[in-house]
Design a protein around this ligand. Structure first.
Ligand SMILES: NC(=O)c1ccc[n+]([C@@H]2O[C@H](COP(=O)([O-])OP(=O)(O)OC[C@H]3O[C@@H](n4cnc5c(N)ncnc54)[C@H](OP(=O)(O)O)[C@@H]3O)[C@@H](O)[C@H]2O)c1
Length: 430
């Protein structure tokens, strides 16, 4: 074993930074054996040492993370501050420019600036690794970049946000509404005080844009990802889904078509027979379809101190071993700029819930609206019947285009016996 240590500087000592310090410290012996050399922390940076539950006295302390990125004695810098711009971006740019490898868990930074940072890494002949940025402890980036390098990958999808999966699971198990469960999730620390990024699907969209790039060899295009969060999912839809043999998940789906890429994040009904439907609580899952592998399902913890640190340390170890893999599977100048397919061209099956007055002729009107827009119904459930009161009616459709479905729903909404805007959820045979 070489005795020349591989030196690591860590910027940000919060949840993931603290976990990374602990994993590198507690598993130092086995990591040294696996990497063929000791991997040591040489420097750390945070705003303050207050409240840290681990000892940093053996590491050089920097109050300014950019100063550390420029001047510390380290081969590699780990960025665990967070945010797509500002200090995190400056720190990563400074470290790469100073010829240091970078490992980050920052999906927002990679989703917004991945290609530019990749270019900077290549120019400086260093690696940029970010496995922890997508699905936390699940090694999905490594799996796609390395283990599936021989595949033509056609589809990547997944449960990419543990907060949303926890909320949807609890809503189903306890028959409670979204707002109520969100409040609990905040109290339990599963959701942030400002949960917008999670519940509106933005965090999942960051991860999906990164997955699409790595899987399909295209430049990251976060801004064109179709994003819908879970705020409109109701307990009643979850109940009907179950009755129809589905479970509702916030799914990120990326598909490669001829000349376009489909990228979408939205509440999705997945069949109870699909492995992903059984992934519950804060767990994440990714499903990858490749022409040689067929389908590969990964399940694990998508966040948390040690699971995320596990992925960070895995990335550090690869670099300490001298393993270098193109950041997004292919060199940056090989990444293609491919347009994102318009949602109107999406083809799939749908679940629709209507609230309508149960009066003669109303079903015929709904059926006519569907027929006029080439939508054919697969199944229908009607619950209850009370004179003068609206009743919920749910249906699933056979495959049709989103353009057809949107037009049919507009026609249905215009019917005078339909008392609420229809609720639509896409179905995916994950
Ligand atoms: N938490 C997870 O489970 C998880 C999972 C996957 C990915 N990630 C990603 O990992 C990154 C870190 O997340 P986290 O949950 O560990 O965040 P966190 O607990 O808020 O930690 C952020 C750390 O950065 C420090 N910091 C803020 N500004 C700084 C500056 N100017 N210079 C140096 N340090 C600074 C903070 O110091 P103060 O505490 O003093 O403010 C804190 O120690 C984010 O990009 C996040 O998206 C997190």
């Amino acid at each position: 074993m070489s005795q020349e240590p591989f030196k690591v500087a860590i910027a940000g000592l919060g949840t993931v930074g603290g976990g990374t310090v602990k994993v590198l410290r507690d598993h130092a012996d086995v990591i040294a054996k696996r990497c063929g050399r000791p991997v040591v922390i040489s420097a750390v940076s945070a705003l303050s040492k207050d409240g840290l539950d681990f000892d940093v006295s053996g590491y050089e302390w920097y109050g300014d993370a950019v100063d550390m990125a420029n001047n510390c004695d380290a081969d590699l810098l780990v960025e665990l501050i967070g945010g797509s711009d500002g200090i995190a971006k400056t720190v990563v740019e400074a470290a790469l420019s100073a010829g240091r490898h970078v490992v980050t868990a920052n999906k927002a930074l990679v989703a917004h600036h991945g290609a530019a940072l990749d270019k900077l890494a290549e120019e400086n002949n260093v690696s940029l690794n970010y496995d922890a940025a997508v699905a936390g402890g699940i090694p999905v980036i490594k799996t796609i970049r390395e283990s599936l390098a021989g595949n033509n990958i056609t589809k990547v999808q997944g449960i990419l946000n543990g907060t949303c999966n926890y909320i949807l699971t609890t809503m189903r198990e306890e028959g409670r509404d979204f707002a109520d469960v969100l409040k609990d999730a905040q109290e339990l620390g599963y959701a942030e005080a400002d949960p917008t990024f999670d519940i509106e699907g933005i965090d999942a969209a960051h991860k999906l844009a990164i997955l699409a790039s790595v899987a399909f060899g295209v430049e990251i295009n976060f801004k064109d990802v179709h994003v819908e969060g879970i705020t409109h999912v109701s307990a009643v839809d979850i109940q009907f889904a179950e009755e129809l043999g589905y479970r509702i998940k916030l799914l990120g789906v990326a598909l490669r078509h001829n000349g376009t890429v489909e990228q979408r994040v939205h509440p999705t009904m997945v069949p109870l027979s699909a492995p992903i439907s059984q992934v519950e609580g804060v767990f994440n899952s990714t499903v990858i379809d490749g022409d040689a592998i067929d389908t590969l399902v990964l399940v694990g913890r998508g966040a948390g101190e040690l699971p995320t640190a596990s992925a960070v340390v895995g990335d550090i170890c690869d670099i300490a071993r001298g393993l270098s893999v193109p950041t997004f599977s292919v060199p940056v100048n090989e990444l293609k700029q491919v347009p994102t397919r318009a949602m109107s061209e999406h083809v799939g099956a749908y679940y629709v819930r209507l609230s309508l007055m149960d009066e003669p002729g109303v079903f015929a009107d709904v059926a006519a609206a569907l027929r006029d827009h080439n939508v054919s119904m697969e199944a229908m459930i009607q619950r209850g019947r009370e004179k003068g009161k609206p009743v919920p009616v749910v249906m699933t459709t056979h495959e049709t285009s989103e353009a057809n479905m949107t037009a049919a729903l507009a026609a249905i909404e215009a019917l005078d016996k339909v008392v609420e805007p229809p609720r639509m959820i896409r179905i995916e045979n994950a």
